[in-house]
Design a protein around this ligand. Structure first.
Ligand code: TXA
Ligand code: MG
Length: 324
């Protein structure tokens, strides 16, 4: 049984976490699947509930930067970024401290940790109540579309976790930006809620990952968890569509192409924030509509690459990448 907890029950959710149970919780990006990161059994249960490969490490969530930097070593760049973007959708990969008690499986045995302070009042209340670093991968089955509502979490994980704390729809809608500072340089591992240009304004140049199309061609993985076929709806996805047939569902951005069998509007006004917030719900809805109507695929209109567009296009390219 999985209970749906309203916001007032955040203390009960924290008690479940302390007891080693799994609790999904809202953040500003997507819902996370929370577990006490120092509890080996709870961490193992996260991988089990998600069906996640053990080589893919989890992000740790803390209520403030000082708590995060108790677990990993922060240099001046990390401190500057934390001061500017935390709480918020930025995850920093930093060298793990020797005394850190986070379960080794949570970090997939690496000598680094991915840390973030989320900007959501319920998440922060939960983290304070839990009093431990909370492992929080996105609360979906591995390889499926990330959840931006409590109902999405239920759809994928009901019966596999103790509870979902309901905080309504997520405001940002795409996951955090993951930045690796552990190896000396600064490398973008995943575009996300903080545009890389905003990070560069604080710390200077950041190395970009190789484009997904090239990675798909050579089957190169960019970081432990950067599986190519990710965020995959059931229907095949076609990118940068300039036309659409009645047998396809359309993911529209701006004025919709005519003739689709079903339509989800990301943003009529071509606003990238609105589009990011509506992306994952749209992929889920078009998948369901497609199954109901017998459609053959999803055609996605082009989205510009600037600002949050980089994160939107990254998720769409993964959704369109070769499967399996
Ligand atoms: O917005 C988010 O980041 C959401 C919310 C719930 O906070 N969480 C999330 O977690 O997206 P997850 O587990 O789905 O994605 C974590 C990403 C993976 O791509 C993983 O490989 C990478 O971060 N990661 C975690 N630890 C890492 C490490 N030590 N080194 C490199 N990459 C790491
Ligand atoms: Mg995920």
């Amino acid at each position: 049984m999985t209970v749906l907890l309203p916001a007032q029950e955040v203390e009960r959710a924290a008690a479940l976490l302390r007891a080693g149970d799994l609790v999904a919780f809202p953040t500003e990006t997507v819902y996370g699947l929370g577990a006490d990161a120092r509890n080996g059994r709870a961490v193992a249960a996260v991988f089990e509930a998600k069906g996640r490969p053990h080589f893919n490490p989890l992000i740790l969530h803390l209520p403030e930067a000082e708590a995060a930097f108790d677990e990993a070593v922060a240099d001046d760049r990390a401190r500057a970024l934390a001061a500017r973007f935390w709480p918020g959708p930025l995850t920093l990969v930093l060298p793990r401290r020797p005394e850190c008690r986070v379960d080794l499986l949570a970090g997939a045995g690496l000598d680094t940790l991915a840390l973030r302070v989320p900007a959501h009042p319920l998440a922060l209340a939960l983290l304070r109540g839990a009093g431990v670093p909370v492992a929080g991968p996105s609360a979906n089955r591995s390889g499926q579309v990330s959840p931006t509502t409590a109902q999405h979490v239920m759809d994928g994980l009901v019966g596999r976790i103790a509870a979902v704390l309901d905080g309504g729809p997520c405001a940002v809608g795409v996951e955090s930006t993951v930045l690796d500072l552990a190896a000396g340089g600064a490398a973008l591992l995943r575009p996300g809620g903080v545009p890389v240009e905003a990070i560069e304004a604080v710390i200077g140049p950041v190395a970009r990952p190789i484009p997904i199309a090239a990675a798909a061609a050579t089957r190169t993985l960019r970081s432990p968890g950067m599986l190519l076929s990710h965020y995959a709806p059931a229907l095949p996805v076609r990118l940068a569509a300039r036309d659409v047939t009645a047998e396809e569902a359309l993911l529209a951005f701006g004025e919709p192409l005519p003739g689709a069998g079903a339509v989800w509007q990301l943003s009529e006004a071509r606003d990238l924030r609105e589009a990011a917030a509506r992306l994952f719900a749209g992929l889920r809805r078009l998948d369901a509509e497609g199954a109901r109507l017998g459609l053959r695929g999803i055609a996605a209109m082009a989205v510009p690459q600037d600002g949050l567009g980089a994160a939107i296009n990254d998720r769409l390219e993964r959704a369109a990448a070769p499967r399996g």
